[in-house]
Design a protein around this ligand. Structure first.
Ligand code: GCU
Length: 512
């Protein structure tokens, strides 16, 4: 071969190799245009004219910049926005005025300034039952369905969103059952295992494979003819008890004749600012960063729960009029947001939700607004960052400027069943969560429950004066309920109280 042809072939080869390696690099790198959380946050700050944000405090009580835990300094803005006064000053005195005027006004403020709006153009979700498993939870046979909600991504095929949830209902209860949807990892709770002949066939196949891999194992198998690679699990396995010694939440629910759903928030939207150009938020924005009123992760997770409820409304095993939503910590916030915005949910168990959940945004105790505008900015609407601004084209922003507070978020749930749950700092439900602030919000929200013919938590005084009840004292007589258990950062010790309380109001009796 003449030299020139050889060298041009060599050249082509090198070019091909370079091109291939560039392609490989692109495939393993984040999608084009992907931003880090920090870059994304700064882009939003630019849109809002914010130059600097006040830093959030530390949760470590020994750190020099620790969060305030001195009650005497906790109320720099002592007066809350009034859920029963219109923005133009008129008093809300009738149910009609609440439903037609004040409630929409509060929803609008929350959408615009706090959690963001669900865009009108969110694509359709199609639910598919991917597998049905017949399992046992405790001594109760259940039907477990694994479900995927595929979001139509024809607008941006590079972004795929598949909502994952699992629905578990007692198998032999007559009629549809109430269901508690819980934010957390989806998946079969207690997969049915092959037994008897099926297990024998699997074991024979295993042994054949092992022999293929190592023929000398023939002697070992001959010496231990009864040995099987896989053994039957015991029919009954001791459950891991809740930290209060009660049965696991899902055992309690099934035992009481409820169903439950596990819905995976991460399958809707990543828990990360870098993920905002993907997930459902990214899909609607075609991979572009958010604008200031766009939804944050909390509203996106709540939207995922709404779509989950769409499916439940089509499933005959479910009493869709009695579906609740539950979550702890950031998912406690998401549960409260879900309940506040989607009135089809009949009840909520809000576990240790703190700032951005049941706790007053205005309070300066534990976690601060500056935490939610800092590293946690992506949970909220971009606009919310204004309240943490220390230098901006509009000056500064502060928690006192937020036009709503969580007494109103809880009020949006009225008159439906709303249970605010906490544990205690000594066991790990940190002061960071501001139990007192959540109690004050709950007290005040009670006025809206009362206006709508329901009952609040029934304490004396108003949010300035009412005293938080002792630990383990449930205020469970009304549709709005409060209980601080003596466990940690979990709502498990309140599950049995929730089941009894909700059961009483919806007229559900556990199977005998
Ligand atoms: C942090 C965060 C809280 C959140 C919690 C959690 O403490 O500041 O807002 O609730 O994490 O979800 O575990």
């Amino acid at each position: 071969m003449p030299l020139s042809i050889r060298s041009s072939l060599l050249c082509i080869c090198i070019c091909c190799l370079l091109a291939a390696s560039a392609l490989a690099q692109r495939a393993s790198a984040p999608p084009a245009g992907a931003l880090t959380a920090d870059q994304d946050q700064h882009k939003m700050m630019d849109q809002l004219g914010i130059k600097a944000l006040r830093p959030g405090p530390s949760g470590n009580e020994k750190a020099p910049n620790h969060a305030n835990i001195d009650e005497s300094k906790a109320n720099p803005y002592p007066n809350l926005p009034d859920p029963l006064t219109m923005n133009d000053g008129r008093k809300v005195t009738t149910e009609k005025m609440w439903w037609e005027e004040r409630r929409p006004e509060i929803v609008e403020m929350y959408s615009k300034y706090v959690y963001g709006r669900v865009p009108s153009s969110v694509p359709k979700v199609t639910w598919t039952v991917t597998a049905v498993d017949h399992e046992m939870i405790g001594f109760t046979p259940v039907t477990a369905k694994d479900l995927i909600g595929t979001v139509d991504n024809s607008a941006d095929p590079a972004i795929s969103v598949r909502i994952h949830m699992t629905l578990v209902t007692p198998a032999f209860v007559k009629g549809p059952v109430p269901v508690l949807m819980m934010f957390g990892r989806a998946g079969f709770p207690n997969p049915n295992e092959p037994r008897g002949d099926d297990l024998n066939r699997i074991n024979n196949a295993w042994k054949a494979l092992l022999l293929q891999q190592d023929p000398s194992l023939k002697d070992v198998f001959a010496q231990h003819p009864a040995w099987e690679p896989l053994k039957e699990s015991p029919f009954f396995q001791r459950p891991d008890l809740n930290e209060d010694g009660d049965l696991p939440n899902i055992w309690q629910l099934i035992g009481a004749g409820w169903g439950f759903v596990l819905i995976d928030p991460a399958s809707v939207q990543a828990d990360d600012g870098a993920g905002l150009t993907r997930g459902i938020i990214g899909l609607v924005n075609k991979g572009q960063p958010r604008t200031p009123e766009d939804w944050g992760a909390l509203r996106a997770w709540a939207w995922g729960a709404d779509r989950g409820l769409d499916y439940l409304e089509t499933d005959p095993a479910v009493d869709a009029k009695h579906v609740g939503i539950e979550g702890v910590s950031r998912y406690g916030k998401a549960a409260l947001v879900t309940m506040a915005f989607d009135q089809r949910f009949a009840m909520v168990l809000v576990g240790s939700s703190g700032k951005g959940g049941a706790t007053l945004l205005r309070r300066n105790f534990g976690e601060a607004v500056e935490s939610l505008t800092g590293g946690e900015y992506y949970w909220m609407a971009g606009n919310f960052m204004k309240y943490g601004a220390s230098e901006a084209s509009f000056g500064v922003g502060s928690p006192g400027d937020i036009p709503v507070d969580s007494n109103e978020l809880i009020a949006l749930c009225a008159p439906r069943l709303t249970f605010i749950s906490y544990g205690i700092p000594e066991k790990g439900d940190a002061k960071w969560l501001d139990h007192q602030g959540s109690f004050m919000a709950t007290v005040d929200a009670g006025r809206v429950f009362a206006l709508l013919g329901a009952k609040g938590i029934g304490v004396e005084g108003d949010y300035h004066t009412a005293k938080m009840p002792p630990v383990n004292t449930g205020l469970l007589d009304g549709q709005l309920a409060w209980r601080q258990h003596d466990g940690g950062h979990t709502d498990a010790p309140n599950m049995k109280w929730f089941i009894q309380w909700a059961g009483k109001f919806i007229g559900h009796t556990p199977p005998q």
